[in-house]
Design a protein around this ligand. Sequence first.
Ligand SMILES: C[S@@+](CC[C@H](N)C(=O)[O-])C[C@H]1O[C@@H](n2cnc3c(N)ncnc32)[C@H](O)[C@@H]1O
Length: 183
Amino acid sequence: MGLDFHLSARSFLQLNPEQTETLYEEAAKAIDLTPDDTLIDAYAGIGTIGLSLASRVKRVLGMETIPEAVADANQNATLNGITNARYEIGTAEEVMPRWRQEGLNFDAIIVDPPRTGLDRAFIDQILQEKPHKFAYISCNMATLARNLTHLVPTYRVEYIQPIDMIPQTPRCEAVVKLVLNER
Ligand SMILES: C[S@@+](CC[C@H](N)C(=O)[O-])C[C@H]1O[C@@H](n2cnc3c(N)ncnc32)[C@H](O)[C@@H]1O
């Protein structure tokens, strides 16, 4: 997506560069970003999603557990001249309440958890915050299904777009567009 990325040995990176761009564009399409949005890049890795979308929003905040990856993400912002993105070390479920205490309001969230899916505490935090723009990128349909049973009915699944990230294997990635069910 026109950016350069530095990657440490312990950091995560998607294996298929062509399909990664498709994946990120599908995530962006699912949440329909606008220039006033604050975007949360949760489970951020080296910041590839948030930094790729930073020019479309007011600011990006991300969190990730691996300190080297967070250092990469912040370095990658500098490397690409991006000044409206910041990444912090910690689990999504630890960092989100801290940001809330600091008065953070956000409009959009992209979650991209490992195969274990979202922590239940983080799901509860999202259900409290109720962001209007919510995309869930999943690499494990079983944990995705389990997480969706908690996110519904506060959210409804508008669609699920599968993406073939590792062709000729049974593995599949998916982007889920979640829409808030207004009362
Ligand atoms: C599937 S990777 C996605 C990385 C990135 N979004 C990308 O597209 O390259 C999931 C990332 O979540 C991180 N992670 C695992 N558990 C986490 C948690 N509880 N909170 C935040 N990040 C976590 C992992 O270290 C890993 O970098």
